[in-house]
Design a protein. Structure first.
Length: 350
């Protein structure tokens, strides 16, 4: 009680470090410093992994980070506050723990197989710890960064503007409906696109921002769709459903590393079901309506993407290429008439 620790706070927009004092009171993290006063529910805090040496970096769901160079002081404090007591955090401390729980889960899944795969996948998501989503997301982001994308060229102020517009829209949703998310920008040779990775990272390409002439309503519509995928845990659901079932055997034999490598590649190649896409569209419309943004903003994007595709086709140069890597990304599916009509009708209130 009353114990605190010193750290540096970064607001996620500016590079400046703010020295702050951290306290946990009534289930919330209080960040106090010169000009800084934030209170964040513990559920919105991604604590650092204790296995890492050196700097402790804590990510905040509403943006921003806490850095603590004194890892011994940090660890003592977090232990004292009981912050490492949750099952999820303990599992995060070891990949082996995470994957062992995944193995146990898959054994269960195998037993449920007779019930039908979608139902078994649904059941297994309920017991699959969030740390697995986060781990898969980290692995996939690494693959994306090494194979497909480059650092964003978008000015930081522009990134912050898009992020703020989306955060403002999301604030209209009931908090229990909002999964953990963080928005990152990348420059990409796959052109205008966006995708959500398991665990909460949404990647938006610079090219998408420019395609829609930086219209934050349209970008919020896309991000709302991606937030829907996060809310429904579609990435992990798809992995469980389509690929992992067959690997129960090798998992139980302890062949974890190859599974992990495979999971990232498979996530790149697979795509969401039509049902999952529609559910994400429904989530997007809910968000847009809650934030008083006309859902036809999404139709604007569909139109612009159609023009891009047309140009690629007549070019002939942009063959399949790396597109196949990103089946789960927004622009990778041709837009069908039904999707367009769905947003149009939501826009006119019919
Ligand atoms: Zn989608």
């Amino acid at each position: 009680m009353g114990s605190d620790v010193q750290a540096n706070y970064f607001d996620g927009i500016h590079a400046r470090a703010h020295p702050v004092t951290l306290q946990v009171v009534d289930g919330a993290l209080h960040i106090l410093g010169d000009g800084v006063q934030r209170r964040i529910a513990l559920a919105g805090v991604r604590w650092p992994e204790r296995t890492r040496h050196g700097m402790r970096v804590t990510q905040l769901s509403e943006g921003g980070e806490l850095h603590c160079a004194d890892s011994a002081a940090w660890d003592a404090w977090s232990r004292q506050q009981g912050l490492t007591e949750s099952l999820t955090v303990r599992l995060q401390q070891s990949w082996r723990g995470v994957l062992a729980s995944l193995a146990a889960l898959l054994a269960l899944l195998g037993a449920l197989h007779t019930w039908g795969l979608p139902l078994a996948a649904q059941a297994s998501l309920l017991v699959l710890p969030q740390s697995v989503d986060i781990g898969l997301g980290e692995v996939t982001l690494h693959a994306v960064d090494t194979q497909l994308m480059r650092p964003s060229q978008l000015p930081l102020a522009e990134q912050a503007r898009v992020q703020a517009a989306f955060a403002q829209a999301v604030a209209h949703l009931p908090t229990e409906d909002v999964p953990e998310w963080q928005l990152v920008f990348r420059s990409s040779r796959i052109g205008p696109n966006a995708l959500a990775l398991p665990g909460g990272t949404i990647i938006m390409t610079d090219e998408l921002v420019y395609l829609v002439e930086r219209d934050t309503d349209v970008l919020t519509a896309v991000l709302g769709h991606e937030l829907g995928h996060l809310q429904h845990r579609d990435g992990v659901r798809m992995l469980v459903q389509t690929t992992l079932l067959g690997t129960v055997g090798s998992l139980l034999l302890g062949d974890f590393s190859s599974l992990l490598a495979g999971a990232s590649a498979l996530l790149g190649q697979a795509h969401y079901s039509r049902t999952a896409e529609h559910a994400a569209d429904v989530s997007a419309v809910q968000l847009l309506q809650a934030a008083s943004i006309n859902p036809t903003a999404m139709v604007t994007l569909f139109d612009k993407l159609a023009v891009v595709r047309e140009a690629q086709n007549t070019d002939g140069a942009a063959e399949a290429g790396p597109d196949s890597w990103l089946g789960i990304a927004f622009a990778s599916h041709p837009t069908d008439v039904e999707r367009i009509r769905f947003f149009q009708q939501a826009g006119t209130g019919r």
